[in-house]
Design a protein. Sequence first.
Length: 269
Amino acid sequence: MTKQLTLCADDFAQSGSISAGILQLIDAGRLSATSVLSQSPHWPELAGEIRARAERVDVGLHFNLTHAFGQPAKPLSHWLMKSQLRQLSLPALRDEALAQIDRFAEHFGRLPDFIDGHQHVHALPVIRDALFDAILRRWDEEELPYLRAPDKLGHPGDNRLKSLILRSVCTHFDEQAQERGFATTPWFAGMYSLTPQADFPGLMQAWLARMPDQALIMCHPGLASQDPDDPIAACRGREFEYLASAAFGELCQRQRVCLTRFQTEAVAA
C-alpha cells in the first residue's frame, strides 16, 4: 500500500539561498509543501516564484516570533516561559498573526493553504488562541487552513529530550485545533538536532519507515551558504543534497511513499 507524505520545507523567503534551494527541490518533485516567512524583505520579490508553482505544492505561513527581520525579536526561551505562565497579551499576538497573514496574502494573491510556526511557536499556549482568533477573522469557516500539530510528533529524531519538551509545551494543541474546526496533520516528524554531524539520510529512512499514511515531515533545505544570521546554515546544504539525490528517490520507492499535497478531506473523513 502506498503511503502519502507531505514533505514541507520550512523558512521560504528567509534568504535567497534557502529559497533557491526550495524552488529547485519543488521543480524536481522532491517537496510537496513549503511555509513562508512573510515578514522577510525577500518575500515580495519571491512571491511570484512560488505562486508559479502553487499547483504542485501547498504554500503556507511560517508564523514567526523569534527570527529578527530588521526588528528586535525575543528568543524562543522567552515565549516558552511566558506562554506556560500565561503572561502574554492575546490581542497583541492576534494582531501580529493578522499582520503576517495579510503580508502573505498581499504578495501571494490569496490566503495560505496552511499555517505552522518558526520553532513551533504557533502551538504554544496563548499564542495558539491568538492564532485561532486571527484565522477566524480572515477565513470563511468552510475554507480554513490546515495546521501543523507538533504534539503529534511521532518520532524523536536524534534528540529525545528536545522531542519530549516539544510535545510537553504543545500539549493539547491538536485537540483544541480540531475542536475549532481545523484539519490538523495526524503524524509529524522532522525534528532532530540540526547539527552538521547529524545523520539526515539515516533519520529520513527512519521517519519514512515509521510514518503512517497522511504524514507530515518538515525539513530545512537550502543552497549552501555562510549566512551569519542563519544558525542552521551548515545543515541546509546537506539536507538539500540528500533530498535532491537519487538515493532519496529510491528510498521513497522502497518505502512506497508518495509525496503529495495534504488532503484535508481525507483527514476529516
